[in-house]
Design a binder for this molecule. Structure first.
Ligand SMILES: [Zn+2]
Length: 66
């Protein structure tokens, strides 16, 4: 029973690490192209050090990629 739970936690950690790597790769690709997504609900994209008209900072800024 405990092993089962532990396995699930490990799977979760595994998945989380993978998605962090993919996220980092995605941001780096965006920065290479000279833009960054934001968390804005209007799906604004901005310059890597920019802020969208609704006040959302670029994800690159927010996560310290800049
Ligand atoms: Zn916006």
């Amino acid at each position: 029973m405990i092993n089962e739970v532990r396995k699930r936690v490990e799977n979760y950690e595994e998945g989380r690490k993978k998605s962090e790597v993919e996220f980092t790769k995605f941001i780096e690709e965006c920065l290479d192209e000279g833009w960054s997504p934001t968390k804005c609900s209007m799906c604004c994209v901005v310059e890597p050090d920019g802020i969208c008209p609704h006040g959302f900072r670029s994800i690159a800024l927010e996560y310290g990629f800049m």
